[in-house]
Ligand binder design. Structure first.
Ligand code: NAP
Length: 303
């Protein structure tokens, strides 16, 4: 029986692991892939305090991992397949067997939202991508479209200008959601063309993407834009499938907690992008990871 099982090794889980290890809890951090989470999809993190010149997403999580390991956190590659939370001892079913824990921290993050339009599924990996940092270099001197108007879409559109000859930023409204500082960078880029009030209806191509069928939401005009790549960057959905029906979730499926990261089930905590909250950043994830670990420690001590 473990004191604490932390699920997910992004910034929230790694910070929870650091605090749990320093508290000398018998804790394990489970990750189904390589530690890092979504920040690995970010080329440069410019708003995490302490790095005035920015730091790559990869280096930042690598440093977090080393720091947590220095204090003895055990990180295991395991996929969690199911949870039983009804009893005092929490049961964690994984692809490598079961584990029991006195407390759990869910730090499983979120996954890219899909458009759900024709051609999208068929062309994933053949021109449809959800990660500009991962796939941008494949589009050297080609024309690409970015769908979305938030921080991710606008930041990644700027990143893609390094490779692509032209980047169409297609947004469903006439105002970007992205932070002003990110917008300013994009507005300065001659390679970016903004396509306002427009939604994609179909991604075309068979062996690879050859274009997008678009619709102007104000006039209803339909038109075709030839591009070789489509980057769908329209936000995230929480990785909360494991706890659906077990914990209180908000209407979008994010886990509801109180300020101490306690969920609706005693002994189960949540931190990072999986939580229902205002701001999803590395800076918020690490604070929540730390709080969840300390709250879990106090919960176990009171047991
Ligand atoms: P987001 O803020 O939720 O923005 C999603 C964007 O996609 C919005 O512009 C939205 O349009 C659009 N959209 C949503 N569904 C759509 C659909 N079905 N069809 C067309 N467009 C659609 O997501 P995000 O940009 O990925 O950011 C997620 C979180 O990470 C945010 O909290 C963000 O601040 C954070 N983040 C921060 C940074 C940074 O600080 N540098 C970088 C990346 C991400 P509407 O605007 O009309 O709703």
């Amino acid at each position: 029986m473990k004191d604490l099982v932390i699920i997910g090794a992004g910034p929230a889980g790694l910070t929870a692991g650091l605090y749990a290890a320093r508290a000398r809890m018998d804790a394990v951090l489970l990750e189904r892939m390589a530690p890092g989470g979504q920040i690995l999809n970010t080329e440069m993190v410019e708003n995490y305090p302490g790095f005035p010149d920015g730091i790559t997403g990869f280096e930042l999580v690598d440093r977090m991992k080393k720091q947590a390991e220095r204090f003895g956190i055990d990180i295991e590659t395991r996929e969690v397949l199911g949870l039983e939370l009804a009893h005092e001892r929490k049961l964690v079913r994984t692809d490598k067997g079961e584990m029991e824990a006195k407390a759990l921290i869910l730090a499983c993050g979120a996954s890219p939202r899909k458009l759900g339009i024709e051609g999208e599924e068929l062309l994933i990996g053949k021109g449809v991508s959800y990660c500009a940092t991962c796939d941008g270099a494949f589009y050297r001197d080609q024309e690409v479209a970015v769908i979305g108007g938030g921080d991710t879409a606008v930041e990644e559109a700027v990143f893609l200008t390094r490779f692509a000859s032209k980047v169409y930023l297609i947004h469903r409204r006439d105002k970007l959601r992205a932070a002003k500082v990110i917008q300013e960078k994009a507005m300065k880029q001659e390679k970016i063309e903004f396509v306002w009030n427009t939604i994609p209806k179909r991604i075309t191509g068979s062996a690879g993407v050859d274009g997008l069928d678009l619709e102007d939401v104000r006039t209803g005009r339909k038109w075709h834009l030839p591009v070789q790549g489509v980057f769908v960057l329209i936000g995230y959905i929480p990785n909360s499938q494991l706890v659906k029906g077990l914990l209180e979730l908000d209407p979008q499926g994010f886990v509801i907690t109180n300020q101490d990261m306690e969920t609706s089930v005693p002994g189960v905590f949540a931190a990072g992008d999986i939580r229902s909250k205002l701001l999803r950043q590395v800076s918020t994830a690490v604070g929540e990871g730390a709080t969840a670990a300390v709250a879990a420690e106090k919960f176990i001590e009171a047991d």
